[in-house]
Design a binder for this molecule. Structure first.
Ligand code: HEM
Length: 421
């Protein structure tokens, strides 16, 4: 067994690379060459440029098998207080932190048994069968959005990639249409706290945004309590009223999680995925000619440029993964975007192949936190790319190098200007 070196190492090329990747706009914008270097030369790397306050250390994992083993390990979990220490917060700051504090529990940041209970309460709404029944509704919503898009020059991010997923999850949850646009700003602000390096100002904005969303859902819950509807929020309220299954705070945090997780990622599937297709016209034509490939195409687009690039875990005890030992409290940064391009797992990984049948990528995670909304996201992707190709005979990229937003955990474009004909 290799014992991972816990002594203070010196700054080397891997650390310089990781600093670029995780903390600079250039590295975040173009992660793939950096991932390749890490994966081949330093697949399990102890970060030297650790965040102050992380006494135990942070390891960065980039090969598929290793990332998978870490995410599935039963004693590797989501002890978020340790994660917050990784950000350099001391104990009082950890207590004051709002976004992922223990006062705001969500399935995304809890371990069993809380995770099992919180996920169990909503999992029925997201099974592949329940989601497939939503197909006609997703097609209707997509057509409504595309009707308003029309033809000509369009920014896909503003006109389609944001409004569509927000309508889908908004309808499911019961958030009225007029209230939905404000959430783009709020969710983006709160998602900044998911970045491996986050400034105190961003953290403040994230906290503020979380409190605003909580206020919003507190009012909506009060309304639904008086007049229940046929929506997921009313079902969650019934679960809360049904006894000790869900506290009021858990109800609010779950509603926010579902709403936020339900669109920021899918927005980026639409943007990153369309850009990848437009940069590979041969693959786009292949998909146009053979819509039966939509299922594999969406999975391939997710693999090729994943909306979620980085995942995080904390070792609950001293653990050993694939021959490497990690001390209790060690933070593991799982580079999903790097794992998705691992040639050991995906032959010719830098090639986009809409018919690829190499099995699941890492984009939805794996293990007990595997994306609850995976079936819904896949459905939305299949419908939106399918309808785009049916309705437009030509989609022309107007900027060869559109700008990615400056974040690495969630990777997505700021704008995607195209001409639709
Ligand atoms: C392309 C779109 C999406 C991507 C790439 C994505 C990605 C992910 C990933 C990587 C995780 C695992 C996080 C971890 O291991 O800690 C996750 C969890 C989750 N996702 Fe998604 N997601 C997408 C869409 C959605 C949608 C549409 C929903 C709908 C509500 C959703 C809801 C959730 C929830 C609730 C969790 C937490 C599951 C748990 O902790 O057990 N996601 N997602």
């Amino acid at each position: 067994m290799t014992t991972t070196d816990a002594a203070a190492p010196s700054v080397g090329p891997a650390d310089a690379l990781l600093f670029e990747l995780l903390a600079t706009p250039e590295g975040r914008a173009d992660p793939y060459p950096r991932y390749a270097a890490l994966r081949e030369q330093w697949p399990v790397h102890r970060l030297v440029l650790d965040v102050p306050g992380s006494s135990v250390g942070t390891w960065v994992l980039s090969r598929f098998d290793f990332c998978q083993a870490a995410l599935r390990h039963p004693r590797v979990g989501k002890d978020f207080a340790s994660m917050q220490r990784r950000w350099g917060l001391d104990e009082s700051e950890v207590a004051a932190q709002q976004v992922f504090s223990s006062e705001r529990p969500t399935m995304l940041f809890s371990d069993p048994p809380d995770h099992t209970r919180l996920r169990g309460l909503v999992s029925k709404a997201f099974t592949p069968r329940t989601v497939e029944a939503l197909r006609p509704q997703v097609v209707r919503l997509t057509d409504e959005v595309l009707d308003s898009v029309g033809t000509g020059e369009v920014d896909v991010m503003a006109a389609l990639a944001f409004p569509l997923p927000v309508s889908v999850i908004g309808e499911m949850l019961g958030v009225p249409p007029a209230d939905r646009p404000q959430f783009q700003r709020l969710v983006r602000a709160s998602a900044a706290a998911l970045e491996p390096y986050v400034s105190p100002e961003s953290l403040d904005r994230a906290n503020q945004a979380t409190l605003e969303m909580e206020d919003y859902f507190r009012h909506l819950v009060a309304e639904r309590r008086e007049r229940p509807c046929d929506d997921l929020l009313s079902q969650l309220i019934a679960a809360e009223d049904g006894g000790d299954q869900l506290s009021t705070q858990e109800l609010l945090s779950t509603a926010i999680l579902l709403f936020a997780a339900g669109f920021e990622t899918t927005t980026n599937l639409i943007g990153n995925g369309l850009l990848a297709l437009l940069r590979h016209p041969g693959e786009l034509d292949r998909l146009r000619r053979d819509p039966a490939l939509l299922g594999s195409a969406v999975d391939e687009l997710l693999r090729y440029d994943s909306p979620v690039q980085v995942n995080g875990r904390v070792a609950g005890n001293d653990v050993e993964i694939d021959g490497h030992a990690f001390p209790a409290g060690a933070t593991l940064l799982v580079l999903q975007g790097a794992a998705n391009r691992d040639p050991r797992r995906f032959p010719d990984p830098d090639r986009l192949d809409v018919g690829r049948a190499d099995g699941a990528s890492m984009s939805f995670g794996t293990g007990i936190h595997f994306c609850l909304g995976a079936a819904l996201a896949r459905l939305e992707g299949q419908v939106v790319f399918g309808r785009l190709l049916e309705r437009y005979s030509s989609i022309e990229l107007l900027d060869d190098n559109p700008r990615y937003r400056d974040s690495i955990t969630l990777r997505g474009l700021a704008e995607l200007p195209v001409r639709l004909t």
